[in-house]
Design a protein around this ligand. Sequence first.
Ligand SMILES: C[S@@+](CC[C@H](N)C(=O)[O-])C[C@H]1O[C@@H](n2cnc3c(N)ncnc32)[C@H](O)[C@@H]1O
Length: 278
Amino acid sequence: MGKKIEDVKEYWDERPCNVRYSLEKIGTKKYFDEVEARKYFVGLHILPFVDFERWRGKKVLEIGCGIGSDTINFARHGAQVTVVELSASSLEITKQRAKVYGLENNIRFYLGNSEELSKFVPIEAYDLIFSFGVIHHTPNPENVIKQIRSYVHPGSTVKIMVYNRYSWKVFWILLTYGKFQFWKLRELIARYSEAQEGCPITYTYTKNDIKKLLEDNGFKITEIFIDHIFPYSIPDYVQYKYVKVWYFRWMPLFLFRFLERHFGWHLCITAVPKSNKN
Ligand SMILES: C[S@@+](CC[C@H](N)C(=O)[O-])C[C@H]1O[C@@H](n2cnc3c(N)ncnc32)[C@H](O)[C@@H]1O
């Protein structure tokens, strides 16, 4: 794609992820409460996937925290959290969020490129390494996975979410913006994958791709599942109204769930480090 880490940083600095999830003044408690409510309302699968309670008293390394919705939940549930974020403006919002909830002392903040993690985050073992919707936006995702290997102990867990290639969203992008120009697919996906048009890099993965990436770099997958189709009409959604598009409105729930579990946008993976025995 020819895009560089500086382009990625610039894009997320200009519009941090989910920053418009509330109309309240950025940095206030009301703002952060609304951002959190919206994030888990549209992403119902996130809470069971992460299971914040499980990480109480544990050490968590979060890669690409954005504006910190998950970060705050780890900290609130009593985890000791270390976060890494490429975008300075996103990290500033996460710091402010921690302050608003009185959780600054439970979180360490690092600004930088997680492809070079060991250059700026002290090497120590974490119980959980968590990265939701991040590594597919960096120029070389494999570098991040290689770096993560230095931060695990035999009992560690890795949980990541990457975008699913064979998904409704990819089909929708092709249909809506692509006029079925399959040869431009990679470029189209990047441009339209996020709320703000023009994301410089967005890779998508099949289950096999992500399995290979992790297994080649010393991890064993323990769970992998697909979930999440965004069913709301975008013009309503940006007005903070949740109105489903007509075809999802009429679709029986069991069918919608079937589609989500097979053609959803989020590929959620849990992995553990390979030991010599496995
Ligand atoms: C889609 S957002 C997800 C944010 C957060 N995990 C969430 O779920 O709300 C992607 C984030 O990854 C960050 N990011 C992208 N590449 C990165 C890298 N190489 N190192 C650290 N953060 C990165 C971006 O700055 C952005 O905040």
